[in-house]
Design a binder for this molecule. Structure first.
Ligand code: ATP
Length: 235
């Protein structure tokens, strides 16, 4: 069998002596969407930041296509093909939409074509408003911009940290629709979400993280069974 696009094996992350992620193992096969849900403070953002090399790993392995990236710098990890859409979007409001997209080119891979097209094809709104100040966009549009900025680098694996946070219901639907479009373009996705039902319905598998440990794995069929998800949070 082919190596998974992304694999965590026994991942331990600590802040000082305080464990935040404990023995987390999961695989994301190429072209899959894998969800990671759980209550506040469960360690979801910590897991994504550790994959990106932004915080040190205490023990365990992180592999991209079978190669360890555990000790690599964030720049090296980005160049190898992982991009993060951070929690809170981190858009530069005084810059135009296009300038924000260009910031994503710092870790661009390959030279073919116009990389901004990766964002514009998925989100035509970004092309229409490319000269507009990003701070004038709605919350949903800013989230499209944050996702577009990650895509212009041409990642193989996209990590998203609560992309639907703070958005109106229609904009939430737009984000989940965009994730389907990104999967269709062959990008592998690890999705952290607090909208558990949405995530479970979309992802090929969704892991429940509680207190830094994986408690349960859910499939799309479980989206019809919210009680099971609640029980996983409380277990
Ligand atoms: P949320 O949904 O609230 O973002 P999360 O599941 O992403 O939660 P993390 O932000 O990864 O959780 O936090 C995991 C644990 O690590 C929490 O107990 C949190 O208080 C702690 N923590 C997070 N960042 C730091 C830090 N920089 N220093 C010390 N402890 C931290």
């Amino acid at each position: 069998m082919a190596e998974p696009a992304l694999e965590l094996a026994g991942l331990d992350v600590r802040y000082g002596s305080v464990p935040a992620v404990r023995g987390v193992s999961l695989r994301v096969e190429e072209g899959e969407i894998v969800g990671l849900i759980g209550p506040n403070g469960a360690g979801k953002s910590t897991t994504l930041n550790a994959i990106m090399g932004a915080i040190p790993v205490h023990a365990g392995e992180i592999r991209l296509r079978g190669q360890s990236i555990r000790k690599r710098s964030p720049e090296s990890i980005a160049r190898r093909g992982i991009a993060l859409v951070p929690e809170g979007r981190r858009i530069f409001g005084e810059f135009t939409v296009e300038e924000n997209l260009r910031l994503g080119l710092a870790s661009r891979r390959g030279n073919g074509g116009d990389p901004l097209r990766r964002a514009y094809d998925l989100f035509p709104m970004l092309e229409e408003f490319r000269r507009r100040q990003a701070g004038l966009l709605s919350g949903g549009q800013q989230q499209q911009l944050a996702i577009g900025r990650a895509l212009v680098a041409g990642p193989e694996v996209l990590l998203l940290d609560e992309p639907s946070l703070g958005l109106a219901p229609l904009a939430v639907d737009g984000v989940f629709e965009a994730l389907r479009g990104i999967r269709e373009r062959g990008v592998t996705i690890l999705l952290v979400e607090q909208r558990a039902l949405h995530a479970v319905a979309l992802a090929d598998r969704t892991h429940v993280l509680v207190g830094g440990e994986l408690r349960m794995t859910l499939t799309p069929a479980d989206a019809a069974n919210p009680d099971k998800i609640v029980a996983a949070y409380l277990a």
